[in-house]
Design a binder for this molecule. Structure first.
Ligand SMILES: Cc1cc2nc3c(=O)[nH]c(=O)nc-3n(C[C@H](O)[C@H](O)[C@H](O)COP(=O)(O)O)c2cc1C
Length: 387
């Protein structure tokens, strides 16, 4: 039996991923001052034990002001390096590659944690010691009616944010990461530049698609210059804005071509995040067609994400040539062992890809279970006397 496409290694520059399954970045809003500890080691480490090829740390603030919430992970100082290095080391020890998503939230910064109700932090709703802070964006366009108006960044301030991405990329290297992903999606700062819905600038950083792409491309170029040539760089995009009068897939193909020319290796193809709503088809694998269009149109590797829930679905995405990698967020939270389960399902029941501490014992139990047949209940004890 030939190896299923999903389980084949992928080499990007000098990094070889053991398979095509990736854990997508997932904000946990669970740290103070950006510093990760035991929670993140366990949360992310379980995905390495679960067989994923690449695990990407959540949106990580390149500045304190660029965090979505007070609970976000950060990498704006050297103090943030040791906690993240511990995670990268663990992922490596368990055979997974380590990625980190670098982000600036722009006008979506200073938000409440989702379980506190979401929306902007205000003096009235702030947790003790978690005051709101002023936000920035491409233009003075708030997230929505109840949100504060962000400050429109000056060209000098843009240079500062670009350098914060560069500094965070250097620290990612020091922490031992294999992949940096720039967050250019979901309505955060780089996307706020790309989208005509949030970018109303009249200088060189606005107007035409070329102008709107300028800042995100400058960030990608500057990060590529310090991120080693043997390590891949990913960029997450919103292939389309939620509303049909925003970014189009054709715009994103053009953007992806520019990214490729700058040495970006993978476009991680998500969608939406500005203005709310989704005027596009929605269902299982709904963003996969965008990944395929970008892969074809820009001749760049893509990562598909969004309502991928089944190993055979993930296999069909890679085998069918829509994407090179498949990322899971909620499905991975629900089943951190998704990748070893997928390997088992796609290779006829073998436990070979499980960690050595578990696989062989599960294999021998399988022999016993096969003899017993299923537990039928209701009695919890269902035994046979020795012959
Ligand atoms: C808890 C949670 C946190 C998320 N945080 C991030 C994030 O930090 N960065 C990002 O680009 N996307 C984030 N997302 C979006 C996911 O990466 C993913 O694109 C989306 O959930 C669709 O994939 P799924 O259907 O497998 O969940 C988050 C999603 C969830 C469920």
């Amino acid at each position: 039996m030939s190896t299923p496409a999903l389980l084949q290694p992928l080499t990007l520059r000098d990094l070889t991923l053991r398979n095509r399954l990736v854990v997508a970045p997932m904000c946990q809003y669970s740290v103070a001052d950006g510093l990760v500890g035991d929670y993140h080691l366990v949360h992310l480490g379980r995905f390495a034990l679960g067989g994923f090829g690449l695990v990407i740390v959540e949106a990580t603030g390149v500045t304190a002001e660029g965090r979505i919430s007070h609970g976000d992970v950060g990498l704006w100082s050297d103090e943030h390096i040791p906690g993240l290095a511990r995670i990268a080391d663990f992922l490596h020890a368990e055979g997974a590659a380590a990625g980190i998503q670098l982000s600036h939230a722009g006008n979506k910064a200073s938000s409440r944690r989702p379980w506190d109700g979401g929306g902007p932090v205000t003096a009235e709703n702030a947790r003790p010691g978690e005051a709101p802070w002023p936000t920035v964006s491409a233009s003075e366009v708030p997230v929505g009616p109840d949100w504060p108006t962000p400050h429109a960044l000056t060209v000098e301030e843009l240079a500062g944010i670009r350098e914060a991405f560069v500094a965070a990329a250097r620290r990612s290297l020091e922490a031992g990461f294999d992949v940096v992903e720039l967050h250019g999606a979901h309505g955060y700062l780089l996307h706020q530049f790309l989208s005509p819905l949030t970018n109303r600038r009249t200088d060189a950083y606005g107007g035409s698609l070329e102008g709107r792409m300028r800042f995100p491309l400058e960030v990608a170029e500057a990060v590529r210059a310090v991120w080693p040539a043997d390590k891949p760089l990913f960029v997450r995009v919103s292939a389309v804005d939620g509303s049909s009068d925003g970014i189009t897939i054709e715009d994103t193909v053009v953007f992806a071509r520019e990214l490729r020319a700058l040495g970006v290796d993978v476009v991680d193809v998500s969608g939406g995040g500005i203005g709310g709503g989704w005027d596009h088809p929605l269902g299982y694998g709904y963003q996969v067609p965008f990944a395929a269009q970008i892969r074809d149109g820009a001749d760049i590797a893509t990562m598909a994400v969004g309502l991928v829930v089944d190993p055979r679905q993930a296999e069909a995405i890679v085998a069918g040539g829509s994407a090179d990698l498949v990322a899971l967020a909620r499905q991975a939270q629900d089943d951190p062992n998704f990748a070893v389960h997928a390997a088992r399902e796609l290779t006829g029941g073998s436990y070979d890809s499980y960690p050595v501490q578990a696989g062989p014992r599960l294999g021998s139990r399988e022999t016993v279970l096969a003899k017993l047949g299923p537990w039928t209940g209701p009695d919890p004890v269902q035994v046979e006397s020795p012959a």
